[in-house]
Write a protein that binds this ligand. Sequence first.
Ligand code: MTE
Ligand code: MO
Length: 551
Amino acid sequence: MKRPTFLIAAALSLLWGAALTAVLYLADQIADLSFAPYILFDWVATILPGDVITKVIDTMVEVIERGDLGETSSTAKTIEHISGIGLFLGLATAAGIGLAALLRRRDRPAQGAWRYGPGLALGLIAAVPLILIAHDVLYAGDTVTAVAPEQANAAWLIAALAAWGAALNRTFARLQDLAPAADTSADAADADRRRFLVQVGGATAALTVVGAGLGRYLVYRDDQQYQERIKENRAAAEDMPDALPNADASVQPAPGTRPEYTPLEDHYRIDINSEPPIVNEDEWRLAFTGLVQNPVQMTLDELKNGYAPLDQYVTLACISNRIGGDLTSTTRWTGASLRDVLADVGLQPEATHLKITTADNRFFEIVDLELVDSDPRIMLCYAWDGIPLLHKHGFPLRIYIPDLYGMKQPKWITQIEVMDHYEDGFWVERSWDRVAQMRATSVVDVAAADRTFEQDGVTYVPVGGIAHAGARGISKVEVRVDEGEWREAQLREPLSDTTWVIWRYDWPFEAGDHTFAVRCYDGTGEMQIVENNPPKPSGATGIHRLRRNIA
Ligand SMILES: Nc1nc2c(c(=O)[nH]1)N[C@H]1C(S)=C(S)[C@@H](COP(=O)(O)O)O[C@H]1N2
Ligand SMILES: [Mo]
């Protein structure tokens, strides 16, 4: 193809690709039909080798942190969404350019079936991998989530892609009709072509704007309704504590330290899919299978009412969190002790491990039964912050295992299979740590130069932050300013044995540029690892430092 011809074909392909994307997006919002760009992205992410994914995630987190692009986990989701749409648009444009080249090679005006046939065929062929990918990403396991029935989804993908291909084909055919013939003046032909291109541009732009705009509006409306429901749930919650358990703690956080109890809407979020599965509570059952005495299926109410609710303040952290990163949060978890539930289900003597599978189909983890036996705090959790789990945080059920990183703790649980052997879980298969015990880490949140205070003629700068060592507790935190001595900080009584500890160090004011470093010791007295290690494979280690100009 000549240059201008190629550019026009590429532009038209991109326009029709955008229109297709917008229509698919709207259909997802109206009828829970799969949005091809996201499932394509999710699928690519799982077939890529673990190393590549880790590199990509690492780079993304670094860009977000360096560029100060906001809260890491939600920005990362946005980047995922944009990447998925970019990938899909790229493929659609490439396919369109291919179609244009094919039609031009015939070197004769497209007549009859050639006016739509090849494009229609292209659309039908392209629908096949998308249907298979949708099957893999959305329909492979027990489907208790809000997605359209699989056949309906497949029919929709076929129809939408066929229409897209045929429309593209017609556009190219019409453009050929308008190519200057020997007997017309080139100027008149040019004007016709231009008019046609404007028409196509207008039509595709209209589809794109209406589809994307209406789709966005529906997302917004759903979100408003969801927020309303959260408010109602919160108003109806019976067991809201009047005060946090450490309300009487004598050490106050340095002003500017992160909130000790993370507001629910700020809790970090990590999952393998572009969108969380929306589980339908009425269809959902927790199935116990494998080496059990009673292969029962429990409802959420049976779990809530059949067992004394356990309430635990928990700091969760992602193993991908960097030193000083924001992929860690604290809230109140409520659930049923897994040990008690398993006692009712009854285990066969050979049982050694549990395999927990989930509504996002591909995620699963293995839990050692010895661990469950030894720790009654391990629970099947159905509420956070006093209300049912939010969809993105695992509604209706997730597990809590003290001391382990989030990667070991499935959300959206659907089945617990009792086995007589160990297997690698989702992230362990991808070369992350088998045990994933949380590392001891500490962070300087603030050196509050604007909140100095005087005592006995000395001006102090409150310095503060958090320290956390899973369920092992924190026995000591030390702070070092510039090249000075390590000095012991004050520890605030934590919300529980498994949450982070807020520390505070009042530093005698000295003007200038200063670096504040922190290190902690866990409950057994062991100091955190001070060497720098990246998150992969076992969680980041190293000393966190904060540089501040104190004036
Ligand atoms: N089913 C499922 N469970 C999952 C995940 C997931 O992708 N799917 N991600 C895990 C990871 S890596 C972390 S850090 C925690 C995060 O929980 P949160 O998003 O509620 O903070 O969930 C864990 N449980
Ligand atoms: Mo994670």
